[in-house]
Design a protein around this ligand. Sequence first.
Ligand code: FAD
Length: 375
Amino acid sequence: MIQNALVVGGGAAGTAAAILLARAGVAVDLVETTPEIGTSGSGITLQGNALRVLRDLGVLDDVLAHGYAFDEVGLRTPDGGVVAVIPDARTGGDDLPATVGMPRGDMARLLAERAAQVGVEVRTGTRVESVTAAGEVACSDGTRAVHDLVIGADGLNSGVRAQIGIDIRPEPVGMGIWRVFTTRPSSITRTDLTYGGAAYIAGWCPTGEDSLYAYLVEDAADRTGLSPGEQLATMQGLADHYGGPWAEIRERMTDPSRVNYTWFTHHLVDGPWHRGRVVLAGDAAHSCPPTLAQGAAMALEDAWVLVEELTGHDDLDTALTTYTARRRERAGAVVADSVQLARWLLDHEPPPQAGGAADVPGLMARTSALLAQRP
Ligand SMILES: Cc1cc2nc3c(=O)[nH]c(=O)nc-3n(C[C@H](O)[C@H](O)[C@H](O)COP(=O)(O)OP(=O)(O)OC[C@H]3O[C@@H](n4cnc5c(N)ncnc54)[C@H](O)[C@@H]3O)c2cc1C
């Protein structure tokens, strides 16, 4: 069993792995580039399989206190009419809500606080500059050290991934998403989705008694030249095409700093997720468009399985090889299903009853059945 580890990145994958390793008696350092964890971001949808890991990390009560739990999803037409209300699968088990929405910053802060509580040395405002497969790490604060294990949980554009020679880059899916974080109209008590209209997907997720995030998914466009005010106006313009509660959400979209635009990507590292003493977790290893809202859930599950394998094997290479074997199939299925949903939307693929292949309920049911199994 390893004695010490360095975790690169203070997102869901990094903090979760750090907490679990520290609890197993490993001396853990976590290095995060940003000066403070939990100060940015919009909202996040956490499904049962994510909540199951968060419970094991010891933060579930705080997550429930800071978030907004619900057990069904609504489907609407662009004019706001409710077409169906479907019970959401409780993929974490019957004793957990199907879904919790919460502000991203709160989730990140809770995990970072828990990490510090269990003895993780958290160094923010510090960048990992170089990593070798032998576990040698150089940081921007001048520290150089060799670690028994380095976990590259440094996100989508992982520098650790590149430095250990895993040559893959996230690829655009062809969609871009506008997100706004604002106050919650009291009528909104669950996620509702509209497929179609002026956007591919229009939806929202309550994230607390007084907050929600709403989103509109369009063809990927170059929005880099827009000022914050122009970004707000663009999202407002798209929201104008939707009825029902969108009118109220639209009125509450007033702060340009709470509007965000980003592209959907996908990738999956094929082959082992480690080289020597360095292993990848979370978005560093795989990414998917959030059409199933599973990226952070997969990151949390990665951490869970990784530490289970590390504590279950004395030999590091065996532990890391088994970790990849357990994770690649499940995370790969989620990536493939998330991309499939996006492609059906991009291609305007009709449902089976209209002669097409877009069996969205079938895909959702298959994914939920998979996620309900313990990873
Ligand atoms: C539009 C959108 C919506 C989404 N919605 C959902 C959702 O509702 N539910 C869900 O489950 N998932 C969702 N996801 C996916 C989810 O956000 C990610 O999968 C998840 O955040 C990945 O966590 P991570 O810890 O792997 O990476 P990150 O959260 O990216 O964390 C990586 C951390 O590493 C740090 N870092 C990077 N390089 C270095 C370095 N050299 N040294 C030190 N630190 C470094 C970064 O600052 C960052 O804090 C969404 C994704 C997108 C794009």
